[in-house]
Write a protein that binds this ligand. Structure first.
Ligand code: FES
Ligand SMILES: [Fe+2]
Length: 437
């Protein structure tokens, strides 16, 4: 359990909070590239850690991320016109449709048509602009101090060929931390996802090993190794012939996790990003660093298979199975082939995590030995947020791209073999992905 004070510290991410300050030191996975796919596309409205922004791609292909509201009288630039050089001022930018003030991607006001042509007023007007970048079919935004801007993340899924990955996004109506804790806590896989073979064809090749190990031993012992990027987590289950079955995952500062890889199959990654303190984006990525995903795989993910969720077509990214319809829980299914009666791995996770309340009251928890990794991640985040709040020159961990080049694994090992040593090689991301092209 956590004290009231620590629960607040962990979950509050506004700009004045210690956790908000820590999280603002990292590039934020903010949008799928497809949301601003075309030059001069419609602006996208987006809230990150309580800050409202608009993101757009200019007619000449550059990305802009601006505070949402116009400096004049605070109308939303979401309704604005994304104009090309052929406009009256000859520049690309976003024009407010209330009185026509227009902004460049640097936030400077470049046209103010409701003031006299001789006026110099516009030269004094600037709204907040945020650094924005694109990598791995993801739009990344940096909300922190400009002097501290880090290198873009070198997470393996973001640097492999686009044919090798599939990304999806869904809205989760809970605080980011409890969503992320679900990603770290792999002991629930033996229960909540025990029907996963129904939803995840990527596991069929492993049906006689992975699934059976997971269901045969539902009380894994957790081992946590602190690392420069975050934590290496080993979940140990008993396997046949006196061996251990290890599922080895990483949690990377401040909001990423990798799910254990089965053999040479695809890897699942997640990013849990605060929208505000009661909602988060869950980005899910399935990737194979070694080969392209097949059309069959990506079709399956697109239809809500594996860890991906089908979402409403209204742009909200709210899953079609959501708390308004009790996730379409099927009690007959629950009595027969499914532990939960809820269809799909992602929705099983969402149902449990949202059912805890928007911001779970961690003073009421009773944590056991299988919660070791969750406890360690909390401690790490709390310690780093406190350290930064006390001394703004402290460098948060996990910002070095070289440290992020890791991947998850699984292994069956004799009992006397070190899981860390035995899997060292298979946990390295392939160096070829980082060669300058
Ligand atoms: S509010 Fe935007 S131009 Fe007036
Ligand atoms: Fe899960």
């Amino acid at each position: 359990m956590l004290s009231v004070e620590n629960n607040e510290l962990l979950t509050r991410t506004g700009s004045g909070t210690p956790m908000g300050q820590l999280l603002r030191r990292y590039w934020v996975p903010a949008l799928l590239s497809e949301e601003v796919a075309e030059p001069q596309c419609a602006p996208v409205r987006l809230t990150l850690m309580g800050e409202s922004l608009v993101v757009f791609r200019t007619a000449d292909g550059r990305l802009g991320a601006l505070e949402e509201h116009c400096a004049h009288r605070q109308a939303s630039l979401y309704y604005g016109r994304n104009e090309s050089e052929e406009s009256r001022d000859g520049q690309c930018g976003l024009r407010c449709v209330y009185h026509g003030w227009k902004y460049g991607i640097d936030g400077r006001c470049i046209d103010m048509p409701n003031e006299p042509a001789t006026s110099k007023f516009k030269e004094h007007i600037r709204i907040r602009s945020y650094p924005v970048a694109e990598r791995g079919d993801m739009i990344w935004i940096y909300l922190g101090p400009s002097r501290d801007i880090p290198a873009l993340p070198d997470l393996e899924w973001a640097v492999i060929p686009e044919t090798h990955r599939y990304l999806s996004k869904r809205l989760q109506r809970s605080n980011f931390a409890q969503a992320m804790e679900g990603g770290i806590d792999s002991s629930h896989v033996s229960f909540l996802h025990s029907d996963a073979r129904l939803w995840n064809p990527d596991w069929t090749h492993a049906k006689d090993s992975t699934r059976d190990h997971l269901t045969d031993d539902g009380s894994p012992k957790f081992f946590v190794e602190p690392t420069d990027y975050g934590m290496l987590i080993g979940a140990r289950r008993n396997a046949v012939d006196g061996q251990y079955y290890w599922r080895i995952t990483q949690w990377l500062m401040p909001w990423y996790n990798l799910v254990a890889r089965d053999g040479d199959g695809p890897i699942t990654a997640h990013a849990w990003v605060p929208i505000d303190d009661e909602n988060c984006w869950a980005f899910s990525i399935t990737y194979n660093p070694d080969k392209a995903l097949t059309k069959e795989q990506t079709d399956h993910y697109r239809h809500g298979g594996s860890v991906h969720a089908q979402v409403l077509a209204d742009g909200s990214y709210l899953p079609t199975r959501n708390s308004d319809n009790d996730y379409l829980i099927d009690r007959t299914l629950q009595k027969t082939v499914s532990f939960t009666g809820i269809r799909g791995i992602a929705i099983q996770d969402v149902a449990m995590q949202e059912s805890m309340g928007r911001v779970v009251d961690r003073t009421k928890e009773h944590l056991g030995s299988s919660d070791a990794a969750v406890i360690a991640a909390r401690k790490r985040l709390l310690a780093e947020a406190r350290a930064l709040a006390e001394d703004a020159t402290v460098a948060p961990s996990g910002l070095d791209p070289a440290s992020q080049r890791v991947r998850s694994a699984s292994a069956i090992l004799p009992r006397d073999v070190s899981w860390v040593d035995a899997t060292a090689e298979s946990r390295q991301a392939a160096q070829r992905h980082y060669q300058p092209s």
